[in-house]
Design a protein around this ligand. Structure first.
Ligand SMILES: NC(=O)c1ccc[n+]([C@@H]2O[C@H](COP(=O)([O-])OP(=O)(O)OC[C@H]3O[C@@H](n4cnc5c(N)ncnc54)[C@H](OP(=O)(O)O)[C@@H]3O)[C@@H](O)[C@H]2O)c1
Length: 292
């Protein structure tokens, strides 16, 4: 089974990648530093350079993969910023890395997916205002405003809130992309994933090591008890979503870690708005230079 994956070098994605390799998958990863992989992956996976910060890198990565069929595409990489920043292409960086780069990769590779192939996108429970997480929730999924927050009349003024909202909105975009991809790509399983809150990954690294460590200790106390997970648990579930036959035929369903279980739940109201999902797809296409 040939699996192409982003976000395999750290956090629970690394755990999932280790499990996939142990199960015999032919794993191909996009990595910012392919020559400095975690020791558990070095020599066991094929790694090509991929920094999602620039759309040109995404196109080069897609070219490097060649034309061989892909069975599973796992889009798991992500970041959460402490200060506003722009991507190499001038877009708000969280939206550019977490959504636009993955959207472009999905579009470039969709035609190479084997019949009965699968796409898994990692979203987050923070996308849903009803979850009341400590992360400022999204208020819209307008791609142009998310890519250019200076045009967004609803933009948060405070730095922390703006960065949090950029993150939760990008994760909303991942989940909406899964729903729309399922509609546009018949014959391919599409799943969105919420790994729960997973402390001790590298996600908070932009805040500095001490604050990130403190957040990993404090946040579980602020979350509902069944919404905090672990690296092995969320990593194993990601590997399951990529390969387990029980998810065959999935049409954009949203799977969430709840306590020890992985359960299918409804995403937020906006994530279930088919018109908004189609609009996000079309507007994202324009932003990355593709025909809708
Ligand atoms: N931790 C949580 O509580 C939580 C909750 C909900 C959703 N998530 C989502 O889960 C996914 C994995 O997060 P994690 O917590 O495991 O974080 P992590 O430990 O920081 O892992 C993030 C992964 O994404 C890669 N990545 C980040 N920026 C990249 C870029 N510009 N180009 C290429 N790769 C890049 C990292 O590569 P490097 O090794 O090169 O840094 C790493 O492999 C993310 O999509 C995140 O949004 C996490």
């Amino acid at each position: 089974m040939r699996i192409v994956m982003t976000g395999a070098t750290a956090g629970f994605g690394l755990f999932a990648a280790e499990r996939l390799v142990a199960a015999g998958a032919d794993l191909v990863i996009g990595a910012r530093s392919p020559s400095a992989l975690p020791s558990s992956l070095a020599g066991r996976v094929a790694a090509h350079p991929l920094d999602l910060d620039a759309l040109a890198n995404v196109r080069a990565f897609a070219d490097a993969l060649g034309e061989a069929p892909i069975d599973v595409l796992v889009l798991n990489a992500g970041l959460q910023l402490a200060r506003p920043a722009r991507s190499a292409d001038g877009f708000e960086r969280t939206f550019a890395v977490n959504h636009l780069a993955h959207y472009l990769l999905l579009r470039l590779l969709a035609g190479r997916l084997a019949q009965g192939g699968r796409i898994v996108l990692t979203g987050s429970g923070t996308h849903d205002p009803a979850e009341k997480t400590p992360v400022t929730p999204p208020v819209h999924a307008n791609a142009d405003w998310l890519a250019h927050p200076e045009r967004d009349p609803t933009a948060e003024k405070g730095t922390r809130q703006a960065c949090f909202r950029a993150y939760s909105s990008s994760k909303l975009a991942n989940i909406m992309t899964a729903r729309e991809a399922a509609r546009r790509l018949p014959g391919v399983d599409v799943l969105a994933y919420d790994p729960g809150y997973v402390p001790h990954t590298g996600l908070g690294r932009d805040n500095g090591r001490i604050i990130a460590a403190l957040v990993s200790l404090i946040l579980p106390r602020l979350m509902k008890a069944d919404r905090t997970s672990t690296i092995p648990r969320s990593g194993q579930f990601l590997a399951d979503l990529a390969t387990d036959g029980r998810f065959a035929g999935a049409r954009g369903s949203y799977w969430s870690v709840r306590g020890p279980a992985l359960v299918e739940v409804a995403p937020s109201q906006l994530a279930r708005d088919d018109e908004a999902c189609a609009r996000l797809w079309d507007d994202s296409a324009r932003l990355v230079g593709l025909d809708p």
